[in-house]
Design a protein around this ligand. Structure first.
Ligand code: ATP
Length: 271
């Protein structure tokens, strides 16, 4: 399949002040194998700063593998082999000068199922700061409050910060995980189907939050929910069988995609 060129949308360019945001990630002929299974094939794509990029596509097309390559979590799997180039802020993410621990402080990850630590609400958010060696109580308290506010959770938990995180509802736990990720000031948040385990009201809150957060962080979200991708993302990439078929501004992907496979997928003709 041929990678389609990104078509620039004149109206969006005007709204974006006539400039594309700076590239954060750039993949060039990126391939990934699990053993002999070729999971990502010759991906060329750019993820821009302070935008929400949605990755869509049927089960097994490589969405999670791509997301986990962006913070090098994929290398925790056995027999992974990667070729091609992937840069983060213009530096190859496989370079010794960008240690994986440093990369992961800049790139937070939110999973499908909320995964708070078995600790208090406060300790969950403070965790990353303590790992970084920050000890001043006032600094930690300030960052915890600020992160919980940014995650739209502060008002719901401010009177019970010492209660176990597990006492929160699923939707609150997911926002707590987002607060925990925000506490270490990441550049990027990767989200792997972050609302698929949540009820519609919690989903709505997390979607609103994503729209707010993109003023500060770049967000890459994998979702099976077409409406969600069209509601919250600026760019959408459609993956199929490990290839990126098409990537463009979200309105173009959903209203007039270039590739008939994209059209078929978003209109539910397969997948
Ligand atoms: N650890 C692994 N070992 C071997 N193959 C794997 C591994 N993880 C994923 N795969 C394979 O790589 C391909 C891409 O999987 P991936 O999980 O990235 O797809 P996905 O689009 O995220 O799927 P889903 O929507 O079902 O989560 C699939 O064929 C999958 O079976």
């Amino acid at each position: 399949m041929v990678l389609k060129e990104r078509i620039e949308e004149p109206k969006l360019r005007v709204m974006n002040n006539a400039n594309w945001n700076k590239p954060v990630y750039q993949a060039d002929k990126l391939n990934l194998w699990y053993g002999t299974s070729h999971a990502l094939k010759n991906l060329d794509m750019t993820i821009h700063e302070k935008e929400v990029t949605a990755i869509i596509g049927p089960s097994g097309c490589g969405k999670s593998s791509f997301l986990k390559t962006l913070n090098r979590m994929v290398e925790l799997q056995a027999e992974v082999h990667i070729s091609g180039t992937l840069t983060f802020m213009e530096e190859t993410i496989f370079s010794p000068s960008l240690p994986v621990e440093l990369l992961r402080t800049k790139v937070g990850m939110i999973f499908q199922k909320p995964n708070p630590f078995p600790k208090s609400i406060f300790e969950n958010v403070a965790f990353g700061l303590k790992i970084q060696g920050i000890r001043q109580k006032e600094v930690i308290e300030h960052v915890v409050e600020d992160s919980l506010r940014k995650a739209a959770l502060w008002d719901e938990v401010k009177d019970r910060l010492q209660k176990p995180a597990m006492s929160l509802s699923g939707g609150q736990q997911q926002r707590l995980c987002i607060a925990r990720a925000l506490a270490v000031s990441p550049e990027v948040l990767l989200m792997d189907e972050p609302t698929s385990a949540l009820d519609p009201i919690s989903t709505h809150k997390v979607e609103e939050l994503i729209t707010q957060l993109k003023q500060e962080v770049t967000i890459v979200i994998v979702t099976h929910n077409m409406q969600q991708a069209s509601r919250i993302s600026d760019q959408t990439a459609f993956f199929l069988n490990g290839e990126m078929i098409e990537m463009n501004s979200t309105p173009i992907i959903f209203e007039r995609p270039t590739d008939s496979l994209t059209d078929d997928y978003i209109n539910g003709r397969f997948g």
